[in-house]
Design a protein around this ligand. Structure first.
Ligand code: ADP
Length: 160
């Protein structure tokens, strides 16, 4: 089933110039980017987004880290996108995340773990609403298919 999930590129990605490489992972996998914005977490937004870890000893450090620079929110759409993206990012503790995953390849620790992704379809719906207005999500047609198969100018590129 085609679903949309939320990915956050945390402040460390911007500081380490990894934005393009991480976004490419989702594009290469064939997932569609249907929304994208840069923003900076306020303390209250961190508390809302990370309410489930607010009582953990690391919370104060997490809040300081998430508010110290801008983040990027991306709405990623595709078949089973919630599960696929969670597999692509890897486990929370980046130092032991599997090589080939985004956290495994670029993350440094549990806190500096590069990305966030929604962990269920229900969470994804709530998190997309947290970061995007409906008009900021785009349901666009497959333009490449139009270019390859229906271009008046080029004619058919493939014959069967
Ligand atoms: P995930 O981001 O993989 O869904 P959690 O929801 O459990 O993981 O944790 C939310 C975020 O809290 C993590 O992405 C990470 O930034 C931070 N965090 C989790 N565990 C730790 C830890 N032991 N030390 C520092 N930060 C942590």
């Amino acid at each position: 089933m085609i679903v949309t999930t939320l990915v956050l590129l945390k402040p460390d990605i911007l500081q380490r110039d990894l934005v393009g490489r991480v976004i490419s992972r989702f594009e290469e996998k064939g997932l569609a980017i249907i929304g994208l914005k840069m923003f900076r977490f306020s303390k209250s937004l961190v508390r809302e987004h990370y309410a489930h870890v607010a009582d953990k000893p690391f919370y104060a450090e997490l809040e300081a880290f998430m508010t110290r620079g801008p983040s990027i929110a991306i709405a990623v759409s595709g078949a089973e996108a919630v599960e696929t993206v969670r597999l692509m990012i890897g486990t929370t503790k980046a130092s032991s995340a599997a090589p080939g995953t985004i956290r495994g390849d670029f993350g440094l620790s549990s806190q500096r773990n590069i990305v966030h992704a929604s962990d269920s379809a229900e969470t994804a719906r709530a998190e997309l609403t947290r970061f995007f207005e409906p008009a900021e999500l785009f349901d666009y047609p497959d333009l490449l298919e139009d270019v390859i198969y229906s271009s008046q100018e080029l004619g058919p590129l493939r014959t069967v």
